[in-house]
Design a protein around this ligand. Structure first.
Ligand SMILES: *Cc1c(COP(=O)(O)O)cnc(C)c1O
Length: 367
């Protein structure tokens, strides 16, 4: 039996009437950029994230870019982030002319080691970008305390963690800004690229809205040079159809995770995800195991046509484009180990029990 890593077709099968109608409605009203569905989506995501404001943008990457820009990050600044994440978390820092300062991760959660952040702070440090990787919160109490002590902005990269919680608080509502992605493979996925920024402050809200439309508060009056990052109305319409399902989907992912956790207990070589007490709602955008013979396990899964993927094979410090930062591998023992040992296996909500059993049997036999 082949098992896909993710099968969005199954979701479309039951959402088809509502999605088709939502798309046709937009084609009919014709307000394609920042139309009424975009405003509705912003209101809904602000409500979900328990923040007063949200600004929808063209992608999760742009959400980070605009939030960092709005936070005042620019040339000469340093911004601290995790060494182990999707490229955008560090890429946007570089693109703003600032220097990414990389910090090693905790091998239990693959999130930034909060206790290694302070050593990375210099007089140039402007902000911290904690990433809530795979759907689990970073240690936000520790991170916020450091930020407060050193007067730093906090931009949460919650791209993989919409609806997830830290001590009962929604991610994206803790730092100065929360950045979400609606890339199709995220728990709430659009029909293409889309993203959103949440924030507490009105000033932050207005700055992001201005940056989204080329830096103009009033059309054609450009206060600063901004971006073309408006969200397509079609994407917002699709997301509004899916949003009411998000909680149920995340709960299904949690149930799959519990089954995997139980099944893999019998093999001590398989390290299953550790859920911290503070991560009161883990949404499992990925279920990521760690095994010493990862490449062998991956090859065996692939031979049986079972979907799996390595998020992420190369930590930032080892990326060619960041060689100018001058880091050495010895500075990042944990992200280096994770890159060699992690493997994400199917956990999408519609995964069947029979399919999951097939994944379990294959992983147990290979690890
Ligand atoms: C997906 C993702 C992004 C970028 O989002 P896009 O919508 O693909 O631009 C940023 N950070 C993390 C951690 C992500 O997983």
């Amino acid at each position: 039996m082949s098992v896909p890593l993710l099968d969005l077709g199954r979701q479309y099968a039951y959402l088809k009437p509502a999605l088709d109608k939502a798309v046709i409605d937009v084609l009919t009203h014709g307000s394609f950029i920042l139309g009424p569905e975009v405003t509705r989506l912003e209101n809904e995501i602000a409500k979900l994230s328990t923040t007063p404001y949200a600004v929808a943008v063209a992608s999760g990457t742009d959400a980070l870019m605009l939030a960092l820009h709005a936070a005042g990050v620019g040339p000469g600044d340093e911004v601290i982030t995790s060494d182990f994440s999707f490229f955008a978390s560090a890429g946007v820092i570089h693109r703003l002319g600032a220097r990414p300062i990389l910090v090693d991760i905790d091998l239990d959660t693959y999130n930034i080691s909060a206790d290694k952040i302070e050593a990375a702070i210099t007089p140039k440090t402007k902000a911290i970008v904690p990433v809530h990787l795979f759907g689990q919160s970073a240690d936000m109490d520790a991170i916020m305390a450091i930020a407060k002590k050193h007067n730093l902005k906090v931009i949460e990269d919650a791209a993989q963690s919409i609806g997830a919680e830290f001590k009962g608080r929604k991610l994206g509502s803790i730092g100065d800004y929360g950045c979400f992605s609606f890339y199709p493979s995220k728990n709430l996925g659009a029909g293409g690229d889309a993203g959103i920024i949440t924030m507490q402050g009105k000033e932050e809200y207005e700055r992001c809205r201005m940056l989204r439309v080329h830096g103009a508060r009033v059309t054609y009056h450009h206060e600063v040079v901004g971006y073309n990052s408006s969200l397509d109305t079609l994407q917002a319409a699709i997301l509004l159809v899916k949003l009411p399902y998000l909680q149920g989907w995340s709960e299904k992912r949690q149930a799959h995770a519990r089954r995997y956790d139980d099944a893999f207990k019998s093999n001590s070589r398989i390290r299953t995800p550790v859920v911290k007490d503070y991560a009161t709602f883990h949404i499992y955008n990925q279920y990521t195991i760690s095994v010493p013979n990862r490449d062998e396990v991956m090859a065996k899964l692939k031979a049986k046509q079972i979907g799996c993927y390595v998020y992420y094979p190369i930590p930032f410090h080892a990326q060619e484009c960041f060689s100018y930062l001058g880091y050495r591998p010895e500075q990042f023992p944990n992200s280096g180990k994770a890159a060699k040992e992690v493997l994400s296996i199917p956990i999408f909500p519609e995964l069947t029990t029979a399919e999951q059993d097939e994944v379990i049997a294959t992983v147990l036999a290979a690890a």
